[in-house]
Design a binder for this molecule. Structure first.
Ligand SMILES: Nc1nc2c(c(=O)[nH]1)N[C@H]1C(S)=C(S)[C@@H](COP(=O)(O)OP(=O)(O)OC[C@H]3O[C@@H](n4cnc5c(=O)[nH]c(N)nc54)[C@H](O)[C@@H]3O)O[C@H]1N2
Ligand SMILES: Nc1nc2c(c(=O)[nH]1)N[C@H]1C(S)=C(S)[C@@H](COP(=O)(O)OP(=O)(O)OC[C@H]3O[C@@H](n4cnc5c(=O)[nH]c(N)nc54)[C@H](O)[C@@H]3O)O[C@H]1N2
Ligand code: SF4
Ligand SMILES: [Mo]
Length: 861
């Protein structure tokens, strides 16, 4: 059994993995780990299904041809050397990720900032928590997350701003839910334009107008002051700038478009509840006013002195498993290692510690600008590690074009099939989660080990090794002479303490002397004080915190008559980012199978759209083709599209082609939650479903998406050509890779049955047949079909509508849960006893509760 940490979200759950000796492993929550005490969410629980070597990049490639490591590393090193010699260090760049381990992350930063001489390294954390980093620095003088998870459990008021905790940090959500059950006086407020699953436990949901958070928190600040809810000693003794912040805060809360009664309730609770935690995430950060949103929230906590004490504080929750580790190694283009930045003394200090020959002396380009510079040919070499920018950056078509035109595009990846790998010339195979070795830091500053439990496959190597091999080829053998991750960890720890003397919050100097065995056995520990700032010791030179004046302003690109809708984007419960890993799991494919556009029924009606139609979402930057899903959880005028679908798994579900590249002026974080768009019907003539054991090269059709089944792929499709023509094209495409005779049945069914076994099946029709996939799936699991089975397949039979999967752990459909409720189950436990749904990871409990509630409402009516 190996103790390690989940590779997905920033909660940082501990996992116990038991390798089975055949490339797989059992996965369980670690009962000893402080973050989760044995719990796992649906994604964590399904990790065992993501371990196969299918789709892995296992050998280095240049221009699509396999090469040796020596050839690949020589190519990277000589390419970087020549470009720097000709055009200077700023002509090269790295783009890295909060999914690197701290040791890998440290190595990347050291190489480019200390030895290549440029700070043109940015991380996908620019898209994730750059606004929080900037807001913290403005207020505290350091990028410090003051609190702990325990604070949510101990608070009497928890305000969730722009966070869909139920889906994005499910284990923390469960902890919060349990705490609220134990202390029902605890209140939860959700501030989000959408009604999300997180609202399930909310006492109040403020569905504010998108982008209007600053106005709301400004009004709260004024109200707190008016009612005298002020920690006067704290404010006088430890802060500056209140008057200016108050002056800027005066404004109108009307822009939030909220019922004034609800605003009054929220303000009243905030004014009267000492133990208040405000947790915030991408609805705050990913905004052209992201940094101001952060400071508007921090202002309210500073005024009330609610910071750094049990059950109080602002809490920026991080998304990626090692977003915090990235902050510690200074991976943003405007930060330096160990929570330093580009002040001259810092640059000299880090240079001295690294014995650096050419230290970068100024900040580099931020992600959006960086890729624009690649596009203009100013950056001639870019090395991408552990992130998929062709799918995840805004204005993503321009990102792809930039990479395709770049002289030297390098990608280190674990997966072969990604939109970014497709666009890069040099491809370096990286180890994946189960094979990697190092540390990560969770949202609450807890450092945990990720330990390998499977052998390295093919020729894949860990990122730090790849980086140090390139560094050695560039003549830096001494500085990159590490023998393993423990060497790097000790160096990183030593730098955090180097000439620190309490000036920098991040100091893990005591770890610099641990030996390899102690590193191997390292238990999760939290760095710094248990809680920061109750003593008022901030990190500005005068040790005082700052109130920041945050005048409210409208989002940068406003809707107009041509693009009247606002496009909001974000996450689904069971997929992780660009699906390179969660997309491998059959049970995670059940929850949401397709790239959807969620919209209010009114907006749909004015556009002639109905549930299940195919629609185009178009902005000035690009377009996507998506399945329409009507939802009264959406405000009128706003649509929501998940960020997960890529060109690998869909015709045009990659929404970031359409997302605007506007950024926050302070943090450079893109406005991913707000793009003016319009949506219109694509006039499809047919809808279809295909299940096939072997991959199909699809012809050009208006809409398709591919999802995992067990032992096959499922395709959901729709097209503009006449049905008969589509039938012909598609059956030919299926037969090209799936051998056997074609057999037509009734009701649009066509099959390939080779040697009695179903190889592929297709159902096409003029209208959408939502249950087709569920009807066909059982036949793929059968061996040779009996005559009876073949008859049911071709001529119809049991056609139960399962209504999509609700519980990923036990594969329980919505229909089964509804049946259990109709059969008398009145509670979560009742549904669990009848169907097992919700009895394992619990991620689906908000959805089950919604069905229970709906049933109760129906009964009452
Ligand atoms: N299942 C799953 N979990 C994940 C991830 C994943 O890919 N899948 N990714 C991880 C990562 S890296 C991250 S960063 C986190 C993100 O976690 P979250 O930030 O919780 O997730 P998002 O869905 O991006 O956005 C949160 C909410 O912001 C709302 N929002 C949009 N505009 C506004 C606004 O103007 N004001 C307010 N107040 N709210 C607004 C959206 O409607 C959305 O519900 O999730 C982490 N966890
Ligand atoms: N529209 C829209 N866009 C968004 C967001 C949004 O809310 N809306 N959210 C943004 C946010 S918060 C984030 S964090 C980003 C995430 O966006 P990305 O970082 O692009 O998403 P991932 O799919 O997690 O990409 C990680 C890649 O690293 C690979 N990988 C995994 N482990 C390793 C490793 O150890 N080494 C190497 N070299 N590769 C590895 C994986 O296979 C995968 O391809 O998306 C951002 N983009
Ligand atoms: S909440 Fe889920 S995704 Fe996040 S760390 Fe825990 S198990 Fe992993
Ligand atoms: Mo993120």
């Amino acid at each position: 059994m190996v103790h390690t940490t989940c590779p997905y979200c920033g909660v940082g759950c501990g996992i116990v993995a038991g390798p089975d000796g055949r490339g797989g492993a059992s996965i369980e929550g670690d009962k000893e780990h402080p973050a989760n005490r044995g719990r796992l969410c649906s994604k964590g629980a399904a990790l065992g299904e993501t371990l196969s070597l299918e789709d892995r990049l296992l050998y280095p490639e240049i221009d699509g041809r396999r090469v040796s490591w020596d050839t690949a590393l020589d190519k990277v090193a000589s390419g970087l050397r020549e470009i720097i010699a000709k055009h200077g260090p700023d002509a090269v760049a790295f783009y890295v990720s909060g999914q690197l381990l701290t040791e890998d992350y440290y190595a990347a930063n050291k190489l480019i900032k200390g030895f290549l001489g440029t700070a043109n390294i940015d991380t996908n954390s620019r898209l994730c928590m750059a606004s929080s980093v900037a807001g913290h620095k403005r207020a505290f003088g350091s990028d410090t997350v003051p609190g702990r998870y325990e604070d949510f459990e101990q608070a009497d008021l928890v305000v969730l701003v722009g966070s869909n905790l139920a889906w994005c940090h499910p284990v923390l959500f469960q902890r919060l839910e349990a705490a609220k059950r134990e202390r029902p006086q605890m209140k939860v407020v959700v501030i989000d334009p959408r009604r999300t699953e997180t609202c399930d436990i909310a006492d109040l949901h403020l569905a504010l107008a998108p982008g209007s958070d600053v106005a709301l928190f400004n009004a709260l600040l004024v109200e707190l002051k008016r009612r005298g809810v002020v920690a006067s000693d704290f404010v006088e003794g430890h802060t500056n700038g209140l008057d200016a912040a108050l002056a800027a805060a005066i404004g109108n809360v009307d822009v939030c478009d909220l019922p004034l009664g609800d605003v009054a309730i929220f303000f009243d609770w905030f004014c009267t509840t000492e133990k208040t935690v405000t947790l915030y995430s991408q609805g705050v950060n990913q905004s052209s006013a992201g940094t101001d949103k952060v400071n508007a929230i921090l202002n309210c906590h500073l005024l009330t002195g609610r910071i750094g004490r049990l059950g109080t504080g602002p809490f920026s929750i991080t998304g990626q498993p090692n977003a915090m580790g990235g902050r510690e190694v200074g991976a943003l283009s405007n930060t330096l290692a160990a929570h330093m930045d580009f002040a001259l003394a810092d640059v000299e200090r880090v240079g001295r510690f690294w014995k650096s020959p050419r230290m970068a002396s100024k900040p580099g380009l931020k992600a959006v600008d960086l890729f624009e510079a690649v596009g203009r040919g100013e950056i001639k070499a870019i090395w991408i590690m552990a992130t998929n920018p062709v799918a995840s950056l805004p204005n993503a078509d321009a990102v792809r074009a930039a990479l395709q035109s770049c002289e030297l595009s390098i990608v280190s990846e674990a997966i072969r099939a990604s939109d970014t790998v497709d666009a890069c010339r040099v491809r370096l195979p990286a180890l994946a989660w189960a094979e990697k070795d190092g540390t990560v830091t969770s949202s609450e500053r807890s450092i945990s080990r990720q330990r390998p439990f499977l052998p390295p496959p093919g020729e894949a190597r860990q990122d730090w090794w790849i980086l140090s091999q390139v560094a050695r080829r560039l003549g830096h053998s001494a500085a990159f002479g590490w023998n393993g991750v423990a060497d790097i960890f000790r160096e990183h720890a030593a730098l955090s303490a180097f000439e620190n003397n309490g000036v920098r919050d991040f100091d893990i100097g005591e770890q610099a002397v641990i030996d390899d065995d102690a590193y191997e056995a390292l238990q999760p520990f939290t760095w710094g004080k248990s809680r920061f700032f109750s003593d008022g010791a901030f990190y500005h030179p005068d040790r005082r915190a700052r109130f920041v004046a945050t005048p409210a302003r409208a989002p940068l690109n406003a809707p107009d008559t041509e693009r009247p809708l606002r496009l909001n984007t974000g996450r689904m419960r069971d997929q992780w980012h660009t699906m390179t890993r969660t997309g491998k799991s059959v049970r995670l494919a059940g929850h949401r199978a397709e790239p959807t556009v969620e919209m209010n029924p009114g907006d749909a009606a004015t556009r002639g759209l109905q549930n299940g139609d195919i629609a185009e979402v178009a902005s000035s930057w690009g377009r996507a083709a998506l399945r329409v899903q009507l939802s009264d959880a959406m405000r009128p005028g706003e649509i929501f599209v998940p960020m997960h679908w890529t060109a690998q798994v869909s015709r045009a579900g990659r929404i970031n082609g359409a997302v605007n590249p506007a950024v926050d002026p302070v943090s450079g974080q893109p406005e991913l939650k707000h793009t003016p768009v319009d949506t219109m019907r694509i006039d499809v003539q047919w809808h279809g479903t295909i299940l096939a054991r072997r991959p199909i090269m699809l012809p050009d059709i208006a809409y398709w998406t591919r999802i995992k089944g067990s032992g096959f792929d499922a395709y959901l499709l729709a097209g503009e050509e006449p049905l008969a023509a589509a039938r012909q094209k598609l059956s030919a495409a299926i037969r090209a890779t799936n051998p056997g005779p074609w057999l037509d049945g009734e009701a649009g069914v066509g099959t390939v049955i080779g040697d009695g076994v179903l190889e592929a099946a297709m159902i096409l029709g003029e209208t959408r047949d939502e249950t087709a996939r569920d009807r066909l799936t059982p036949f793929m699991a059968m061996g040779r079909l009996t005559v009876e089975q073949r008859n049911v397949l071709l001529h119809g039979g049991d056609a139960a509508d399962r209504g999509g999967e609700i519980c990923a752990c036990f594969g329980v459909s919505t229909a089964s849960v509804t049946a259990a409720i109709a059969g008398g189950a009145t509670s979560l436990d009742g549904v669990g006893a009848a169907t097992k749904a919700g009895a394992n990871c619990g991620s689906c409990r908000p959805e089950i509760r919604a069905l229970l509630r709906a049933a109760r409402t129906r009964q009452a009516a």
